[in-house]
Design a protein around this ligand. Sequence first.
Ligand code: ZN
Length: 69
Amino acid sequence: MKAKLVACPQCGTGIEWTPENRYRPFCSERCKMIDLGAWATERYRVPVTETDDTEVPDENPEDDRPRPN
Ligand SMILES: [Zn+2]
């Protein structure tokens, strides 16, 4: 019997989709719990205040430079 290979949605590890794997589509209980935790975290997610300090204006001095004639 050839098992179907699937990628764990959590970590991307290739796993065999078999009835024996009760954590499918995850590779392990750990990844399954992480996914469940992610859902819970998303539900109670606090809005993150982002600062604009990291945003650097994308200027392109190369284009503004006068070309030599
Ligand atoms: Zn995994």
